[in-house]
Design a protein around this ligand. Sequence first.
Ligand code: GCO
Ligand code: MG
Length: 399
Amino acid sequence: MTITDVRVIVTCPGRNFVLLKIVTDSGLYGVGDGTLNGRELAVAECLREHIAPLLIGRDADCIEDIWQYLFRGAYWRGGPVLNSALAAVDLALWDIKGKRAGLPVYSLLGGKTRQGALAYTHATGETFGEVADNARRFIEQGFKVVRCQCAIPGTVGTYGSGRGNAPTGEALPVEETWEPRPYLQTVPRLFAHLRETLGDEVELFHDVHERLTPIQAARLGKELEPFHLFFLEDPIRPEHKESFRVIRQHTTTPLAMGELFTSKWECLPLITEQLIDFIRCDLAHVGGITEARKIAAIAECYHVQTAWHGPPDISPITHAANVHLDLATPNFGVQEWVVHPPETADVIHGGPTFADGYLHVSDAPGLGCDIDEQAAAKYPYRRAYLPVSRRADGSVQDW
Ligand code: GCO
Ligand code: MG
């Protein structure tokens, strides 16, 4: 089955997405997603100018060989731009393989190990009361795990507490402020309030979003211990993996990390030294299902569970890929999930469905998603940046 056409579709149905359609001579095609929030066009150009010409004439069946060819064959390898482009190709090829076999992708990956993927979503708010009310709303909808973020007094626009990062029309990034002292004081109080008002049954957790130093993260983990978090997410910057030893030495709060990693090698030290409990890479940035299933297999050996990144800035196609992999993975832990803006469904059909705390995908062959290219053309790309954060003294801070 020979690849005859590769089409890159950049569209903004409520959010920017970089989508891919790989067409074969059999008439079957596959869909993929390589959206990289805030740097979308770098991936689109990479796909159009550098990768598409390499795919024409190749056998769509050879996913692993194409993966190796694009990753190692380029000599210059890795990083979020190249590996998001690789992910788009990988997802589309798995979609084709499923369609050709007449089987959903989870079946190709070994079949269901569970009936649904335990899901979490985000409760946010300006005040503790608002976060608790939002979390309660999600619990009533059936969520058994809820991520909780709150505004931090004295700072501007704390990550996770506000409007998110969908396109707003601003020409340049919004600037926010953040300080460790009020943050470290507020978060344990937030969870004390949430446990008091929501009880002990629901699983709660918090995303630090890489903002702390190792010793600050250690302190936070320790102070959160009485509230039994499901995990503490991305406590420190991703570069120096050994720093996790500092956190681990001090706290039994489970740790999750990985949305900024772009390969299995970055995950290795954290997994093999058992410095984390959940690995949460983004399938759209690590090179797709092919790389993520290897990460899951390595993690299985070390009692680390998966919690693939599932924010609104990747399309329902990657969300579907997440759930296909979740269903087939014995050491699956939890799946992040959010509802996309309504216009997204005009362009991308399919994607996971939520019921009573769990995510499901259809039994349709492949990933179960499709792209309406005519609808996509009605939603042109709108440049959008993630916010940038600064400390009170004006220096750059991880957002
Ligand atoms: C999460 C993430 C996201 C990121 C976003 C950046 O846990 O869902 O932290 O909210 O901020 O993906 O593009
Ligand atoms: Mg996160």
